[in-house]
Design a protein around this ligand. Structure first.
Ligand code: GDP
Length: 538
């Protein structure tokens, strides 16, 4: 009897757990700057009931600068430096949105965020079409086989013909496309979108501020003409017929296998097409997927908690010098104050104040499930890629570091603050702000970044958070590449011959600093036994 009750209890528990995991949708919105990512995120929060008036997300960003000075950089340049996480319930689903910086100098930050999501929404500006960042980010999605939905935004502006845009998306992003909503006219005459997925038309009053009442009309009804002009209705019917003829039917498997991207049209600013996108997204987007660890594949429904840190952000509040480590839960259930194993430190830790993120506030979380992102207070305990488990020695595979493209010597500008500088640099590197190499010949430290802006961020943050000042000095470098060889003799010989150009990264691996592409080519042709790698994992 007891046994039966226990079994029943376990079954109920397992079913509840599976339900919790299946209702989660963890994704990122990515875009070229200005395409409308922030606006769309905000509209999602509006529909999710997280905020009542649009404008809150932006103004929140600016308000934060009052408590966090280094974000002044973000304000001044109008870019999103940090990746924020926002969660809300929508219908029966729990939606976790990971925001990403659009600015190209922070592209590595975005790459790392993509390791923590199960799918992606790409926002494209309807007038500009596919832009550089869109292309780059799509490459990473393709590499990781991340399912992608495309939202063509700003249809309230004069843009291109939707069919031309679809061709461009297909060609430039190298993925099959399937429109699931369709714009009714555009620019000043834009009237809304037809929901192809549900085969109906919802019309809203355009509003920048709040969700307004909708009217629901069928495309073949005469009532349609009460809302849109006859010519527009005619055009819509023709377009839909053409869409049905040209594009294959929507196939969820193809979408989940990242072979085909559903496309939605709309205008985030005026709320058109956003609900259609969100409704369909929660239906078709994947629930948490298995995560690859070096040792094995970890499934979300496994009973034991596992997770990894994909992002560390600096002190939101300068009075408390702590950071937040963002941890993606890969399996099981996380509980506040439970003992978890920090694999790299080989140490058990408890977290008394883990946080989750609503639109504008942080709340302490008692439990969280696979697919969720939790914020763990961090005083230098975490590094990007760190794994937490219930005891198993697992190492989740993240994205490798890419060979940086800009280099500068970092020098101490205040002899009294040597220690502060060393600590600051260490922690910023742990956060993944940039990469540090130590030249083996002269012992000088070189910082490598993907963009100029990172040097400014580092200098600013060293000053403001660590009370240390640094000075940059030029170093003529073209590429830093990781080297290895099956032959120890060849490796030793190479290092001896190139001793002036050899450095170590923070893990103590050998790095060759080529000062020109010619030098790199020569080295590659002279030393056939040496392998030159442009990412840190090989
Ligand atoms: P992000 O850089 O991708 O986050 O872009 P934002 O959401 O900040 O939007 C960039 C600019 O485009 C802002 O001025 C928005 O008001 C504007 N914008 C966003 N969506 C739309 C839209 O649907 N229509 C129009 N006309 N403007 C939009």
């Amino acid at each position: 009897m007891f046994c039966e009750a226990t079994t029943l209890y376990i079954e109920i528990y397992i079913m509840a757990k599976i339900r919790e995991i299946e209702r989660r949708r963890t994704f990122a919105i990515i875009a070229h700057p200005d395409a409308g990512k922030t606006t769309l995120t905000e509209k999602f929060l509006l529909f999710g009931g997280q905020i009542q008036v649009a404008g809150a997300v932006k103004s929140n960003k600016i308000k934060k600068t009052a408590t966090s000075d280094w974000m002044e950089i973000e304000k001044q340049r109008g870019i999103s430096v940090t990746t924020s996480v926002m969660e809300f319930d929508y219908k029966d689903f729990k939606v976790n949105i990971l925001d990403t910086p659009g600015h190209q100098d922070f592209v590595e930050d975005t790459f790392r965020t993509l390791t923590a999501v199960d799918s992606v929404i790409i926002v494209v500006d309807g007038a500009r079409g596919v832009e550089t960042q869109t292309r780059k980010l799509m490459e990473v999605c393709r590499m990781r086989k991340t399912p992608v939905i495309i939202f063509v935004n700003k249809m309230d502006r004069e843009g291109r013909d939707p069919f031309d845009l679809l061709d461009e998306l297909e060609e430039e992003l190298q993925i099959g496309v399937r429109p699931l909503s369709w714009p009714i006219d555009q620019g000043a005459r834009f009237r809304g979108v037809y929901n192809i997925y549900e085969d109906k038309l919802d019309l809203y009053q355009p509003s920048k501020q709040v969700v307004t009442e909708k009217v629901e009309v069928r495309v073949d009804s005469d009532e349609l003409l009460n809302y849109i002009e006859e010519g527009q209705a005619q055009q819509l019917r023709e377009d839909l017929e053409l869409v049905g003829g040209v594009y294959p039917d929507f196939n969820r498997e193809e979408y989940l296998n990242a072979e085909m991207a559903p496309v939605f049209f709309g205008s985030a600013l005026t709320n058109f097409g956003v609900k259609e996108l969100l409704d369909c997204f929660v239906e078709i987007a994947p629930s948490p997927l298995p995560t690859k660890a070096e040792e094995r594949l970890v499934k979300p429904e496994e009973p034991k908690f596992t997770g990894f840190v994909f992002k560390i952000t600096a002190n939101i509040d300068p009075n408390h010098r702590s950071c937040v480590a963002f941890c993606k839960i890969c399996s099981g259930k996380f509980e506040r104050n439970a003992p978890y194993y920090h694999v790299r430190h080989d140490k058990t830790m408890r977290f008394s104040s883990p946080t989750q993120f609503m639109a504008q506030r942080k709340t302490t979380v008692e439990e969280a499930w696979a697919g969720d992102i939790i914020g763990l207070p961090d005083n230098g305990t975490f590094k990007i890629g760190d794994t937490l488990t219930e005891g198993e020695k697992l190492h989740f595979k993240g994205l490798p570091s890419f060979s940086p493209e800009m280099f500068k010597y970092i020098e101490n500008a205040d002899p009294m603050k040597q220690k502060q500088l060393a600590k600051g640099v260490e922690q910023l590197m742990d956060e993944g702000v940039a990469q540090l190499f130590v030249n083996q010949f002269n012992g000088r430290k070189i910082i490598g970044t993907v963009g100029q802006l990172q040097f400014e961020v580092i200098q600013y943050r060293l000053q403001n958070e660590y009370n240390a000042s640094c000075r940059w000095e030029p170093v003529r470098l073209y590429k830093a590449c990781w080297i290895e060889s099956d032959s120890k003799e060849a490796l030793d010989e190479f290092k001896k011959r190139k001793y002036q150009f050899m450095a170590k990264d923070r893990e103590g691996r050998d790095v060759f600093l080529a000062d020109s592409s010619y030098m790199l080519q020569m080295a590659q042709s002279d030393f056939k036994e040496i392998k030159f790698h442009f990412t840190s994992e090989f």
